[in-house]
Design a protein around this ligand. Structure first.
Ligand SMILES: Cc1cc2nc3c(=O)[nH]c(=O)nc-3n(C[C@H](O)[C@H](O)[C@H](O)COP(=O)(O)OP(=O)(O)OC[C@H]3O[C@@H](n4cnc5c(N)ncnc54)[C@H](O)[C@@H]3O)c2cc1C
Length: 446
């Protein structure tokens, strides 16, 4: 701050909007080179989305999947982090306006604002469904499930709870992509654990609904069958070929005319670009994302780049790359390198995505991966090892102690933590050994 209270910002910085995997990678690339950066994010922490469903199902505390930006950039003195909501973007002017009216502008603007859940206009979905896109979303879902279990399940060691109304504890998961499949698997395991520990007489129903004909559609047939087989084996009812027509507080209606009583609809049904991107004066395409050129710049807007989930990034075959952590991280880093080239008067280079494959961890002892550029399908522990390698790499952008993550994850994959999973406030933690200052403050009321 300056003496008159104004925000003291570096001269002619690169403005990065969004401190997720893409924005952090971009700011790191620029900060490593000593370039001035202002990174804007509404949260003072970075959140790691691949572990959100573990938070929602009480298997990890929210603080374990978030990391303060201040800590991430403590060795990058030229990166200035502003914790503020961006309310407007003028892309042509490389300018972002914050909620308090402050304007931040620089030589370049990198749009890394990520995505938001897309409800496709389904009535009641925005009001009643639980999206799983942020730490706050995951914590909200965990508290909701916790409240239902506390109210309607037996107290530990007793059989005193009256029978709840039908559907009270049942969960409907919308979407058969990785988010929906992983969440349905974890919720089914939670219900099984609550039954084993005597809290429930029988596991609550877990239903996964998807309009398509297979689970994990972007994967191969072998993976479709593996995911379907595993989910049904842990008790998930998989309903394909039908979509959600409406979501109400106590039931969900499907396209085929059936209604499922439930108070918990988890929305993994799709995403579109963060709303701030839509009014930014940039050309948008599929999913409201910014259509970028091969070097990740926005055509017609010199000095503007878009990366990660906010962008439609062309792959080597011309098709748009999927919204994945590794695409976000690599594109963020590459955009940072191109901004650096421009600031030094050197031509930019096209982004080349190093495809590590696609993978999903469906539950304990169950994972599927398609590895290598030929996307060879592997299952079980081998797939999990691939998942682990890729995710440790993603996490390393925010956390230096990836060995703690590796050992937590193997334990999670290998062992049954049913006693701990019993909607506990003290789940088995990742041994980050953080100091108090390293632990983010997460406000689930936000
Ligand atoms: C539940 C879930 C599970 C996933 N699992 C996997 C997986 O297993 N493997 C994998 O590779 N990928 C996975 N993904 C996808 C992956 O997490 C994303 O592709 C990646 O995180 C996108 O990074 P990003 O930086 O583009 O966006 P984000 O990580 O979403 O970051 C965007 C940032 O912008 C900030 N922001 C947005 N708007 C504003 C505003 N107006 N003002 C201020 N700040 C703003 C947000 O607070 C956020 O910090 C998963 C995604 C989800 C939702």
């Amino acid at each position: 701050m300056t003496a008159d209270g104004a925000v003291d910002l570096p001269q002619d910085p690169v403005v990065v909007l969004g401190g997720g995997l893409a924005g952090v990678a971009c700011a790191h690339a620029l900060g490593d080179a000593g370039e001035p950066v202002v990174l804007v994010d509404r949260n003072d922490y970075h959140q790691f989305q691949p572990l959100l469903y573990q938070v929602a199902t009480s298997q990890l505390p929210a603080e374990d999947v978030a990391r303060p930006h201040r800590v991430i950039f403590h060795k990058h003195p030229t990166v200035r982090v502003l914790t503020a909501e961006a309310v407007a973007v003028d892309a042509a002017a490389h300018r972002v306006t914050l909620g308090d009216g402050t304007e931040v502008a620089g030589s370049h603007l990198v749009l890394a604002a990520g995505a938001q859940p897309e409800f496709f206009g389904v009535p009641g979905a925005a009001e009643h469904a639980f999206p799983l896109y942020s730490v706050v979303d995951a914590e909200r879902l965990r508290r909701h499930l916790h409240g239902l279990v506390r109210e309607h399940a037996h107290a530990p060691g007793t059989k005193d709870a009256p029978e709840p109304p039908p559907g009270t504890l049942d969960v409907v998961v919308v979407g058969g992509g990785p988010t929906g499949v992983e969440t349905a698997g974890a919720v089914a395991e939670l219900m099984a654990a609550l039954t084993r520990t005597g809290r429930l007489a029988a596991p609550a129903r877990v239903v996964l609904v998807d309009r398509g004909t297979v689970l994990l559609a972007p994967f191969t047939d072998a993976a479709h069958h593996y995911a379907h087989g595993h989910l049904t084996s842990v008790g998930v009812e998989v309903r394909l070929g039908t979509g959600v027509a409406a979501v109400h507080a106590e039931r969900v209606e499907l396209d085929d005319g059936t209604a499922i009583p439930t108070r918990t609809v988890v929305w993994g049904g799709g995403e579109s670009a963060a709303p701030i991107v839509l009014g930014a004066g940039v050309p948008t395409g599929r999913g409201g994302r910014v259509d970028v050129a091969a070097d990740l710049s926005v055509p017609g807007l010199p000095g503007v780049y878009a990366v990660g989930d906010a962008a439609n990034i062309p792959g080597p075959d011309g098709r748009t790359l999927p919204q994945l952590g590794s695409v976000a991280q690599q594109s963020g880093r590459a955009a940072g390198a191109n901004v650096l080239r421009e600031r030094r008067g050197v031509p930019t280079e096209p982004f080349r995505y190093k495809d590590k494959g696609i993978m999903a961890m469906i539950g304990r002892n169950a994972a599927v991966a398609e590895v290598g550029h030929r996307h060879h399908t592997v299952e079980g522990p081998v797939a999990f090892a691939a998942w682990l390698g890729v995710h440790a790499m993603l996490l390393s952008g925010a956390h230096s102690k990836t060995d703690a993550f590796l050992s937590w994850a193997w334990d999670y994959f290998d062992r049954d933590h049913s006693a701990l999973v019993e909607m506990t406030d003290a789940p088995h933690r990742i041994a980050w050994e953080d100091t108090t200052a390293d632990v983010p403050h997460i406000d689930p009321g936000a």
